[in-house]
Design a protein around this ligand. Structure first.
Ligand code: GDP
Ligand code: MG
Length: 305
């Protein structure tokens, strides 16, 4: 194509409950054209987690914090951040697991998204796990109940259907500039991505009201022997009892969190990782605005509120 031919670019948010395959999808979409090693993360703290490059366009993917029922100041900030993000994007990619179909907690998120004007595309992931008739049944059922602009079946793990997904997403994006250079696939800091991954593993694996009361802070990273990336990350709990749960008997929970977190970080950055997790109690940090700011959750415009 000629350079002046309508280049398309815009933002798409990936939404869905844990384990439906959002991270896998993001990784495989982003890595399709570019090797992990060519990424050059910059040091701004931002929600953009991936940029997918095509000859005729660019998709900027946002991985947003989830929507949850909530009371504390911190949780409300998170939900507000999610909702304002959803309103600002060009497209919402709602991901479900083909095998599970639409479950009750999917409905909660879909209800919350009803007030959002951005067009929504349904991605049915993990189609490698279901038969064709079951898949067609699910598509028919969803189509009857919801008003998705498109329903796209994929297997993120096998990179199956991702080409079509890319094309469809591009078709919904407006004409726009190439925001990011070709070799750039994220603008998150490495530390931020690591913190998000560890936080996500905590959310998925602890069965208490932990998730949004926990913060993760990467304290130090350096290159160890044989190019291993050594990461020290601090998990900040609200109470001693939370700390106990997070550590587990003889450190069992830390191991349960650390292993999948390390594996995902390795996949994401394409290098060997040694992840040290520590847990510390910080009383009431959720309502302490200064520490929220230190951890990067408050923007400057919120300073005086
Ligand atoms: P997230 O919590 O939504 O980010 O989900 P993940 O990307 O971490 O995936 C959760 C699990 O589902 C992982 O074990 C993935 O390997 C697996 N998974 C993701 N996509 C697929 C897929 O297309 N097919 C199969 N069989 N498994 C998948
Ligand atoms: Mg994930």
């Amino acid at each position: 194509m000629k350079k002046e031919d309508k280049f398309k670019s815009g933002y798409a948010a990936i939404v869905g409950k844990p384990n439906v395959g959002k991270s896998t999808l993001l990784n495989h979409l982003v890595m399709r054209k570019i090797a992990a090693t060519s990424s050059k993360p910059q040091t701004t703290r931002n929600k953009i987690t991936g940029v997918v490059h095509f000859p005729g366009g660019q998709i900027i993917l946002l991985d947003t914090p989830g929507i949850h029922k909530t009371t504390s100041q911190f949780n409300q900030l998170m939900v507000k951040a999610s909702l304002s993000t959803y309103n600002d994007v060009d497209l919402i990619l709602f991901v479900v697991d083909a095998k599970q179909g639409l479950a009750e907690n999917d409905m909660f998120v879909l209800d919350t998204l009803k007030s959002i004007a951005s067009p929504k595309i349904l991605i049915i992931n993990k189609i490698d796990l279901v038969s064709k008739p079951d898949l067609l049944g699910l598509i028919a059922k969803v189509d009857e109940k919801f008003d998705f602009r498109e329903i796209i079946p994929v297997s993120a793990l096998r990179s199956d259907g991702l080409g079509d997904l890319g094309k469809t997403v591009l078709s919904y994006l407006p004409e726009g500039p190439q925001y990011f250079p070709n070799d750039m696939i994220t603008d998150c800091s490495e530390e931020f991505l690591v913190e998000e991954i560890v936080r996500e593993k905590i959310m998925e694996r602890t069965h208490m009201e932990v998730p949004y009361s926990i913060a993760v802070d990467v304290e130090e990273t350096h290159e160890g022997h044989n190019g291993v990336w050594v990461i020290d990350a601090l998990i900040i709990a609200e109470s001693t009892s939370q700390k106990k749960i997070l550590i587990g008997a003889n450190g069992s929970m830390l191991k349960k969190l650390g292993k999948p977190a390390r594996e995902e970080i390795e996949k994401r950055f394409g290098c060997k990782v040694y992840l040290n997790l520590f847990v510390k109690v910080k009383n009431n940090w959720r309502d302490d605005k200064r520490s929220l700011r230190d951890l990067g959750y408050l923007h400057d415009s919120n300073k005086n509120r």
